[in-house]
Design a protein around this ligand. Structure first.
Ligand SMILES: NC(=O)c1ccc[n+]([C@@H]2O[C@H](COP(=O)([O-])OP(=O)(O)OC[C@H]3O[C@@H](n4cnc5c(N)ncnc54)[C@H](OP(=O)(O)O)[C@@H]3O)[C@@H](O)[C@H]2O)c1
Length: 270
């Protein structure tokens, strides 16, 4: 049974590849500007904005499962159109699709967001992820759309941002709340969902909400760094155009999955 990971050169995509290889699957992975670095994975260069190329690769690989992770922060054609192309090609090949979505499609509010809540984007990246969801659902109503939050682990850009703030090179907001998840838990959940017929949006994030600044303190403790020099601010002060308080309620996923979704305090202490 072949798993095609679109975006295998990315942080989550690489971990999905590692776990799928370890589970004995044939794994094909795509890269664009980077490289697929996981042993045992057959790598192919792919630009998801090229619909014909996506269709041709999927038709050639004939995967049972497609995991769609690619995005580029400020690039609608990759994040939205690319997701549509991947969904179209997966449906055409009769493959099970797991599409990666984001909490960034919500506007932010003090109450957690349930799985079934429609997107309420307030900035271009969130809008592109919302458009991607709409396209994926329309093309393949049987696909599962995994809405997740900050993805952490060794090599994570979120952890690097914390290290930079601790060194005074970046700023962490005290009012930007998220529900981080460990990349290993998320990859396991993605592969587990691939083997189910769960359809539609599912929140898959950690159970604990923390601010970016709290996350910086947790990273400082884990890495034995002095938090005294950590630079903090608020989203409002910095005038950023992106949601601040976005908590995903992942209780449905926690009840559905064997994979335990650990809270950030637990996995950063491990
Ligand atoms: N990271 C987070 O904290 C976070 C939070 C919430 C949701 N998510 C979602 O989770 C998913 C994975 O995130 P990640 O952090 O693992 O991403 P990442 O490390 O930035 O990887 C992005 C992937 O997209 C590929 N890509 C970019 N442009 C492409 C193009 N034109 N054609 C084909 N592939 C292209 C990249 O390939 P190259 O590197 O080879 O160019 C890379 O493999 C994304 O869908 C993201 O929206 C992430």
């Amino acid at each position: 049974m072949t798993v095609l990971v679109v975006g295998a050169s990315g942080f989550l995509g690489a971990e999905v590849c590692r776990q799928a290889v370890a589970a004995g699957r044939r794994v094909v992975g795509t890269y664009h500007s980077g490289a697929v670095a996981v042993p045992g994975v057959e790598g192919h260069r792919l630009d998801v904005t090229d619909r014909a190329a996506v269709r041709a690769l999927v038709a050639r690989v004939r995967p049972a499962v497609v995991v769609g992770t690619p995005y580029r922060y400020a690039d609608w054609a990759v994040t939205a159109d690319g997701a549509a192309h991947v969904a179209y090609a997966a449906a055409e090949a009769g493959a099970r699709l797991v599409h990666l979505s984001s909490d960034a499609l919500h506007a932010g509010r003090p109450e957690p967001y349930g799985d079934d809540e429609p997107p309420s984007p307030v900035f271009p990246y969130g809008a592109a992820k919302a458009a991607a969801e709409t396209a994926v659902r329309a093309i393949d109503p049987t696909a599962v759309l995994v809405r997740t939050s900050l993805i952490l682990g060794e090599g994570s850009k979120q952890i690097q941002l914390c290290r930079d703030a601790l060194a005074g090179r970046a700023v962490l907001f005290t009012d930007e709340l998220r529900c981080p998840i460990d990349v290993a838990d998320l990859a396991a959940a993605v592969l587990e969902l691939a083997d189910t017929d769960h359809a539609g949006v599912l929140n898959v994030a950690g159970p604990d909400a923390v601010s970016r600044a709290d996350l910086g303190l947790l990273v400082a403790r884990r890495e034995g760094l002095d938090p005294a020099g950590m630079k903090t601010s608020t989203g409002a002060e910095a005038g950023v155009l992106r949601p601040t308080d976005v908590r995903l309620d992942s209780r449905r996923a926690a009840g559905l999955l064997r994979t335990r979704l650990r809270g950030v305090r637990e996995f950063l202490a491990a």
